[in-house]
Structures are given as C-alpha cells and as structure tokens.
Design a protein around this ligand. Structure first.
Ligand code: HPA
Length: 297
C-alpha cells in the first residue's frame, strides 16, 4: 500500500467517524496542540474523540503530555478538527511518519491549520507564557519531509502538490493579522517571531542558542516546521503560534526540563483557548468569503 493510500484510508476512517461534521459545511480548520496546550480541546462543544490508536496507519505519540487523540466538534460555533498531541522526529518517527497526520488533515479537505507548539524564547524580552505568532521559520532539522518522489495527488487545492513551491509566505499574513486583532481584543499583544526547528531531543547548548540568534531566530523548538512544509505542499494556509515555555539555553539561571515546558503550557492554555474561540470563527468567515488566492479554483 502506498503512503498516499494509507493517508486516504485514514482520512476515510475519520470521515466515517465524524461524517456529520465533514459535509461541505464541515471543518475547514484544523488545530494541532503542542505540549501542555490541550485545554483548547476542552473548549470544543459536542466533541467526538478519536484516539490515534484507532486510526489506520496513524503514528502514536510516546511523549508524556501528548495525549494523542482527535477531537472533532465546534469551537465557538465553527467546525474544527483538533489534534491533541503530535508525534516528533526525536521519537524515532521518520519525516513522512511525522507528517502523516498533517497529510490526513489535508485529505479531509481542510483549508487552514493552526499549528501550536511549546518553544524556547531566544529573543531578549520574551517572557514565559508569552504567545508569539510565527512570521517565518528556519528549518534546522536536517531533513525536508518532501524528500523523495513528489506525489501530486497531495495537491488538494489548485496550484498545490507541486515538486517545487514557494515558501515566502509559509505562515499566512492575513491569518496572522486576524490573530493579532483577536489577541488585542483579549487584552494582550501578539508579537511575531521566527521559529527555528531542531531535531531534539536534547535541549540546545548556550553556544547553539547564540548561533541561532545570529541567524535571525527568536524561538527554538522541535516540531511544527515539517508540518508547515507539508501543509503548504497541499495548499493549506498555516497559522503558527508558539508558547514561550522557557527561556532558551544559557538565558536562564536554571537548567531546562520537560516539566518546566509542560507547566508553562498549562499556565497559558486557557488564554490560548479564549484566543481561539475569538479567532477561529473569523478565520472560517475569511475562508468562506475570500479563499486564499492560490487555493481559488
Ligand atoms: N528548545 C527546544 N525545544 C523546546 C524548548 C527549547 O528550549 N522549549 C520547548 N521546546
């Protein structure tokens, strides 16, 4: 069975489980929740829970704090498919396995995804618990998930599924603008940052963080970038939101730990949920009335 067929089978399975949620009026928006950021899923009304273990070919998360299920339902009246937990390259999954769930979201017919993550803050002035919208990324993972033959059938929207494609606006400027507006209404500023992805699982050394700052990164983390690349390959619009869970290596007096990362996520997840309740209906409205130029038929 080809990778594409596996993706199609997983998507068909999900469709059968959340069929009432996926007619034409169904979810256009997917949300991936990072470490400690699960509360957004609690805000989903009339949820249908689908553990990853039940979905054909779906990789299983091995990290504590990534519970590993799909939560489909409505967020402030807007249909959404939420992935609570993700798999990482450092768990031993290959790049195509890591991005399998994103392929399935694409195959479900979604138009936009919000990718959240826990990240170390590199920029001076960031504080723990701060939310940052990604303006761009630097792929330092040492691979690209699209390595290998191109599969044009992943072009679920016009002008996508291409061998070579543009990444100048990997993170949608118009979705970022909506997010900034929603955050300001919630009473906090949403700065923009540049996320550098490392393979992990060890945290960085102070010298690496100084190097990454020189390269233009303001955040560092171990996820998201492969998902963004694959989402863009399929023609989905991407909004990236990092939660600064710790100051990056060398910037804080205490050593880094996963518990610290997880705890900081816990403190901010409710703010994130309120932000999304405000934001997601607006993204849906934008997608309905103004499809992205590149995804217009
Ligand atoms: N480095 C890498 N990944 C991370 C960090 C960090 O400091 N914090 C949360 N994820």
């Amino acid at each position: 069975m080809t990778y594409f067929d596996q993706v199609s089978e997983a998507a068909a399975f999900l469709h059968s489980r959340i069929g009432s949620l996926t007619p034409k009026i169904g979810p256009k928006i997917g949300i991936v929740l990072g470490s400690g950021l699960g509360a957004v899923a609690d805000a989903v009304s009339n949820p249908v829970f689908i553990p990853y273990a039940e979905i054909p070919h779906f990789p299983q998360s091995t990290v504590v704090g990534h519970s590993g299920r799909i939560v489909a339902g409505h967020l402030a009246g807007t249909p959404v498919v939420v992935m609570q937990g993700r798999v990482h390259f450092y768990e031993g999954y290959s790049p195509v396995q890591v991005t399998f769930p994103m392929r399935v979201l694409g195959a479900l017919g979604l138009q936009a995804v919000i990718l959240t993550n826990a990240a170390g803050g590199i920029q001076q002035g960031y504080h723990i618990g701060q939310l940052i919208a990604l303006a761009d990324h630097i792929n330092f993972m040492g691979f690209n998930p699209l390595n290998g033959p191109n599969e044009p059938r992943f072009g679920f929207h016009p002008n996508s599924g291409l061998r070579f494609f543009d990444m100048t606006e990997a993170y949608s400027a118009r979705l970022r603008a909506l997010a900034r507006q929603a955050a300001s209404e919630e009473g906090f500023p949403l700065e923009e940052g540049v996320y550098l992805a490392v393979p992990g699982p060890s945290f960085e050394t102070p010298a690496e963080i100084r190097a990454f700052r020189t390269l233009g990164a303001t955040l560092v983390g171990m996820s998201t970038v492969p998902e963004t690349i694959v989402a863009r390959h399929m023609g989905l619009e991407v909004l990236g939101i990092s939660c600064v869970t710790n100051l990056a290596s060398g910037l804080s007096a205490t050593p880094l730990s996963h518990e610290e990362v997880f705890e900081a996520g816990r403190q901010v997840e409710h703010r994130l949920a309120r932000l999304f309740e405000r934001l997601v209906p607006r993204i849906a409205a934008l997608l309905n009335f103004e499809p992205a130029l590149e995804t217009q038929p």
